[in-house]
Design a protein around this ligand. Structure first.
Ligand code: ACO
Length: 308
């Protein structure tokens, strides 16, 4: 028996912050941001919309999409580096708000790779027969730790949430392979010191190398070849990083998920948000072999190869 995605949901705040808006506040330009990152606009949550609020909305959609009841969930995993507060965790807040009375709950801190860490953890519990359903949410309110005076970082990030119900799927489908990893020696390149601090160039180099290696690794572990891959969902950090992974896999442009232009980098939420849009817009279809790959502060990385 394999574990796979059986329901998906997302939430993005309604307020749109465009590159033109940023031009008014910072020494930057729409042209620079588009060319260097691929971002055109991002969503920003207002003061009354905290991380748990976004997580809740995405989770409700995923539960309904899976056609299950909250009481059937055995574990809630929330991947975030921007919880409402250090504790109680966002996952316990969700547990209460959803009425998931039989669920254990914990948050995962693995930055932008957090959703991958959550999905792989869920897979272990489902395949061992411990839980029937695990709710995994990737959610960030990065706007509250963004230094809005720093043009190197303020242009990159957005807020949002994506959620998945992981449960049993039929043999031959679901999560075929995974890879998780970390390199704490790179922690100095991306961290929170009240606000987010980043050495963009170092993170960029790491990301290009790691995204490609991890994607190839999960394809190999699944016993497949690059030619077998139908679709790539990379963490939406920078279009140039994403393109380098796509080219390494030899996939055409239309076989890569791209939502960065409308949401920016939403960290742990970027992969599930993209998957929801890819499903809604028909880019992901039954039987597709999909590679999802993320990297983030820590440094951390994670990838899965899945048959949809
Ligand atoms: N507008 C205009 N100019 C800018 C801006 C801006 N917003 N930001 C930087 N510049 C300038 C720099 O000052 C520099 O000017 P100089 O040459 O006169 O010194 C020039 O543009 C080039 O700057 P670099 O930082 O060297 O540009 P780079 O090609 O590295 O692109 C970027 C910067 C887009 C941030 C890139 O490094 C990147 O995307 N890095 C990865 C970031 C990332 O993926 N982070 C993931 C975070 S994941 C998580 O866990 C939250």
């Amino acid at each position: 028996m394999t574990a796979g995605f059986i329901g998906m949901g997302k939430y993005v705040p309604s307020h749109v912050l465009t590159n033109a808006d940023l031009e008014k506040r910072l020494d930057t330009s729409d042209e620079w941001i588009r060319t260097m990152t691929g971002i055109e606009e991002r969503r920003i949550a207002d003061d009354s919309t905290d991380t748990s609020h976004m997580a809740y909305n995405a989770a409700v959609e995923a539960i309904n999409n899976a056609g299950i009841k909250p009481e059937e969930i055995g574990l809630i995993l929330v991947a975030t580096v921007t919880p409402d507060r250090p504790f109680p965790s966002v996952s316990t807040m969700l547990q209460q708000q959803l009425g998931a009375t039989n669920a254990a709950a914990m948050d995962i801190s693995a930055a932008c790779a957090g959703f991958m860490y959550g999905v792989v953890t869920a897979k272990q519990f489902v395949e061992s027969g411990t839980y029937d359903y695990v709710l995994v949410v990737g959610v960030e309110k990065l706007s509250k730790i963004t230094n809005w005076e720093d043009r190197n970082t303020a242009i990159l990030f957005g807020d949002g949430a994506g959620a998945a119900i992981i449960g049993k799927v039929s043999e031959g489908r679901g999560i075929l392979s995974f890879e998780l990893g970390a390199d704490g020696s790179g922690g100095k390149h991306l961290y929170q010191d009240e606000k987010l601090v980043m050495n963009g160039r170092e993170v960029f180099k790491f990301a290009v190398r790691q995204m490609g290696e991890s994607a190839e690794s999960v394809i190999r572990k699944a016993g497949l070849m690059k030619e077998d891959v139908d679709f790539l969902i990379p963490h939406q950090a920078n279009i140039r990083i994403m393109e380098s992974s796509r080219e390494r896999l030899g996939l055409p442009v239309e076989k890569m998920s791209k939502t960065i232009h409308k949401y920016g980098n939403t960290s742990a939420a970027s992969i599930p948000i993209s998957l929801v849009d890819d499903l809604a817009e028909g880019r992901v279809k039954d039987d597709d072999v999909i590679v999802m790959v993320g990297f983030g502060g820590g440094l951390t990385w994670g990838a899965i190869c899945i048959k949809w």
